[in-house]
Design a protein around this ligand. Structure first.
Ligand SMILES: NC(=O)CCC(=O)C(=O)O
Length: 286
């Protein structure tokens, strides 16, 4: 069986509070945490930041903080320098993006290679529009537009799929990336204290078990002074559905080792890939 992950690699998830109104201060804190991660475990190859790590997570703020994504954008150039300084693949969380041609705003994940080149973006495809009585009401579509594609990207170690938070509730994006050969699905995320306890671990485990891949969720740390109370609990789930590393709800760096044998051994033992019946499911989108 061919390997989808070429070697054992270490990943670091940076769970920090980045939702202050001061964008540059949020970026600087991200840099401090990445420096700490690389000092503590210098063999780390992939670093992940949370959803909306450089701005408040609020529908009224996305436009104010939005950047046109390109090499000169404040957050893009800042993250690019970090990726090349530490020679890491950086899944640089999400930032509010403005498309100047359409004036639309997106919640966009940005990914950099070890030379600091922006090698991919993923515009959140499923917007977080929910109304849970006595729980939480949030409507990203008030100010955001949805992305239109699934995202699978090459890294030096194999392919990764990228989704953003609420995207993890839709199994199709992860399945598309897994079928394109991804070894992990990585979700910069920000669940909350209502839906986090209900579904965060369950969804990570489900996406891993569906596809026999690693699932990586990176959350902001909880900040009770902010309008949105992030769940925290950044985690890594292995291809068998075991959570192999997990944060609490405060600021924390989570490290985990991803092992190609965990994917190939479990796929050999439980050969879902060979057993799928697309002849039976061809009508699934009807
Ligand atoms: N930022 C988000 O997309 C939140 C998603 C969430 O909390 C959920 O329950 O889904």
């Amino acid at each position: 069986m061919s390997k989808v992950l070429s070697q054992k690699i270490k990943i670091a998830l940076i769970q920090f509070r980045g939702s202050s109104p001061d964008k540059q201060a949020n970026l600087n804190r991200a840099a401090q945490f990445i420096d700490k991660a690389m000092t503590q475990q210098p063999d780390t190859k992939i670093v992940v930041l949370p959803e909306c790590f450089n701005s408040p997570y609020a529908v009224t703020k996305f436009r104010e903080y939005a950047e046109e994504i390109g090499p000169l954008a404040t957050s893009v150039s800042f993250l690019s320098q970090l990726a090349s300084k530490y020679k890491i693949t950086l899944v640089g969380g999400t930032i509010p993006e403005i498309d100047p041609k359409t004036d639309k705003i997106y919640n966009t994940a940005v990914v950099f290679d070890t030379n600091g080149k922006l090698v991919g973006t993923h515009r959140k495809t499923h917007l977080f529009d929910v109304d849970i009585p006595n729980g939480i009401t949030f409507k990203e579509s008030t100010t955001l537009s949805p992305g239109e594609k699934a995202t699978t990207l090459k890294t030096p170690y194999g392919k990764i799929g990228v989704g953003v938070c609420y995207d993890m509730r839709f199994p199709e994006l992860s399945m598309i990336s897994a079928r394109n050969g991804a070894f992990a699905m990585i979700f910069p995320s920000a669940f909350n204290t209502v839906t986090g306890p209900m579904h965060w671990h369950l969804l990570a485990r489900a996406r891993s078990v569906d596809n026999q891949i690693y699932t990586v969720l990176c959350s902001p740390a909880r900040d009770m002074d902010s309008s949105y109370h992030a769940y925290g609990h950044s985690l890594v789930c292995d291809p068998r559905g075991n959570i192999i590393a997990e944060a609490g709800d405060g600021e924390e760096i989570v490290f985990a080792e991803l092992d190609p044998a965990e994917i190939s051994d479990f796929r050999a033992a439980v050969p879902l890939i060979k057993q799928r019946r697309f002849d039976v499911y061809k009508d699934v989108s009807k």
